[in-house]
Design a protein around this ligand. Sequence first.
Ligand code: MN
Length: 286
Amino acid sequence: MKLCRFNKDRLGLVDGDTVRDVTSALEALPVCTYPLPRYDLLIAHLDEVCKRVRELAPTAPSLSLDSVMLLSPVANPGKVIGAPVNYKKHLEEARADPEINFQAQVQEIQRIGLFLKATSSVIGQSETVRISHAERRNDHEAELAVIIGKPGRNIPKENAMSHVAAYCIGLDMTVRGPEERSLRKSVDTFTVLGPWLVTADDIPDPGNLDFSLKVNGDVRQFANTRDLVLSIPELIEYASRFYTLHPGDVILTGTPKGVGPVVPNDTILTEFAGIGSMAVAVGLQN
Ligand code: MN
């Protein structure tokens, strides 16, 4: 099932080029009071919501997908976990290019581990990536985003896939420079999630998905998730040795070779087998 958040926090079922407005399925969610939970309420109750969506869909109002504003499919991720250089050919590229590595030794993920992106950087496809450091190189990174559905800590990789609720496309936008990744990758609008989530049952083999990224129509990245250095189960095992994973936490699984700069007025088109395509505009910070 493909679920989107659109316009002013509406919930939609994506079906081809239409969206069914199934917002009333959100009535399946419990009412929370202060202090709000650290997890995303929709993702924590995704099964119940999907059941309601199926009941509502046949009679739900239908809109054209083109006509709606798509928001991040996860409204409140507790954390966004990044996987640095998790494709071997991107490691080689990063080590060879001083504009990427800034004279710092590019380490393998098994040594350097993971990093966090500020959740305030998250936007959806219809918002705009806003460049705030225009004098620097601002790069696109196309990635498979894994949305955690079930809480866990010290999750063995053998059980890891049972903790996955859904997938979406992720853009891990990055300002190049000497600072820590967590700073450079957490600029407002620098985490794009979308265009919708696809429930895990619809993607039986997330470890074998072709994907590509184009800027203004030119192919920059083309890869398959089978070339991940740490696989999805291994990333979940690794992350959960350090952090309790909560529903709605997002793991950006890493980007393949071909990262490159974008500038205002560019359009980034990312296509993923099994998910769809996401077109995102680039602009200047207001
Ligand atoms: Mn990345």
